[in-house]
Design a protein around this ligand. Structure first.
Ligand SMILES: Nc1nc2c(c(=O)[nH]1)N[C@H]1C(S)=C(S)[C@@H](COP(=O)(O)O)O[C@H]1N2
Ligand SMILES: [Mo]
Length: 426
């Protein structure tokens, strides 16, 4: 084995075991197979990117995450962190709109201000929040409106997220309703507005230099919204909104304001850029339209807050980076969620969506949480196979097998697929 490697000998040395053989496709040119390339299970053709195509980067309080942009900071969570129903804080994705973000906050100085149309405008210290109000906890998925935007056809502008702009956590904090009652919402209030500590120029010539969002006072979600100071039982990482952030169960994360410092009772609907211009979607049942219809200027749009997150499910394992073996069990595992209520069914297909079998559901952590699923498949046919997964929620919403289209790149929930290679056992 000096200099030139004899492939046959090398294969023998490697034991010619199916796995090694297959995980080194370049070496697998045995005489029988020399004429035909083995199916490839790596690379873009066979394994369409689950995550966006971004390099790993390390930020304070974070494990290496996939960095989409640095100013503003936008980090995507790698696929394997979704093997568990709760996403670790240090792996939780990060999204900002503005580049000046707080990197330290002195809690002895920090105050939450409730101002505007309240009976008793108040300033609360962090200690007031944790001592004066009853803590409540809720498991809820935080998903960016633009999660999976890179799937859109035709492409739309905006951050080209893969599927990792989402995460699930157990959020603990104060009910928004308790704070509103404490300050006393005066008649005539139509919206509650939230503002955090981040600043910046915003989109060129358009934007507000402050990220501000408002919820309609008569939206039932007001009852479920909390101002969270714990995430999975620990203080929030700075990049996820320390010291407190809004948790708006079932709604897209654009409403989940970070570093909340001002809460205002408004007597007029909020006309700021982030409400009136950004985050608008076609007023159709699934927020979808066509590029042609949109270009005609006839499509009416509404704030994305008019929608709850559509039902979705994801295959986390297998991820296409390793082969399965015919005759041996393969566990197909993943997560599902819906902003409309509890996930009641997850079905798996091992024939590209032609036939479906129910998966086993994991524990129910509450209707807004990720729910894990598992399905044991015993492949018999070697070669390429396409797995698919489809979830149904308690309201009867089922994932469609077609993608939506809107110019913002929002509300994607098409059935997910994963190509896998099955090796012959003999
Ligand atoms: N203060 C502040 N809060 C914010 C934002 C922001 O830019 N600034 N972005 C929102 C959007 S669009 C998303 S997707 C989520 C992301 O939450 P995360 O960074 O904790 O994952 O924060 C929301 N809250
Ligand atoms: Mo977002």
């Amino acid at each position: 084995m000096k200099g030139k490697v004899d492939r046959r000998k090398l294969l023998k040395l490697l034991g010619a075991g199916g796995f090694l053989l297959a995980s080194r496709p370049a070496l697998a040119q045995t005489s029988a197979q020399a004429e035909e390339a083995l199916p490839s299970f790596t690379g873009p053709q066979a394994n369409p990117y689950w995550n966006g195509v971004h390099p790993y980067a390390v930020y304070p309080q974070k494990l290496p995450l996939l960095r989409m942009t640095d100013r503003p900071v936008q980090l995507e969570t790698p696929r394997h962190y979704f093997r568990t129903p709760f996403t670790p804080n240090e792996a939780f994705y990060v999204r900002y709109h503005l580049d000046e973000i707080p990197n330290e906050i002195d809690l002895s100085q920090w105050r939450l201000k409730l101002e505007g149309n309240f009976e008793r405008p108040v300033e609360l210290s962090f200690e007031d929040l944790i001592r004066k109000f009853k803590p409540v906890s809720i498991a809820a998925v935080n998903q960016c409106s633009g999660n999976s935007r890179s799937r859109f056809q035709p492409r739309v502008s905006g951050g080209q997220w893969g599927n990792g702009a989402m995460g699930n956590a157990l959020w603990t904090g104060v009910r928004l309703k308790d704070l509103l009652d404490y300050a006393g919402v005066k008649p005539g209030t139509v919206q509650i507005q939230f503002e955090g500590l981040d600043r910046g120029k915003g989109p060129e010539n358009l934007g507000s230099g402050r990220f501000i969002k408002s919820l309609d006072l008569d939206d039932p979600v007001i009852e479920e919204t909390i101002l969270a100071y714990l995430m999975n039982g620990e203080p929030l990482p700075m990049l996820n909104g320390f010291p407190v952030r809004l948790v708006v169960p079932g709604k897209f994360a654009t409403y989940w304001l970070k570093h909340v410092t001002w809460i205002r009772a408004l007597t007029e609907p909020d006309k700021n850029f982030w409400m009136a211009t950004a985050y608008k979607v076609p007023d159709t049942p699934n927020g979808s339209t066509t590029p042609e219809a949109f270009a005609s200027g006839q499509v009416k749009t509404v704030p994305i807050g008019h929608f709850n997150m559509p039902v979705r499910s994801f295959i986390i394992d297998p991820d296409g980076s390793y082969p399965l073996v015919a005759g041996l069990p393969a566990k197909i595992r993943g997560i599902a969620f819906s902003g409309h209520g509890k996930v009641v069914k997850v079905e798996v297909s091992t024939d590209n969506g032609q036939t479906w079998r129910p998966a086993l559901l994991g524990p129910d952590y509450g209707k807004y949480s990720f729910r894990t699923f598992e399905y044991t498949w015993r492949p018999t046919e070697p070669g390429k196979h396409v797995l698919a997964v489809r979830a149904t929620d308690e309201k009867g919403n089922v994932q469609p097998d077609s993608g939506v289209w809107n110019p913002g790149g929002y509300l994607w929930n098409k059935i997910e697929r994963q190509e896998v290679v099955v090796l012959a056992a003999k």
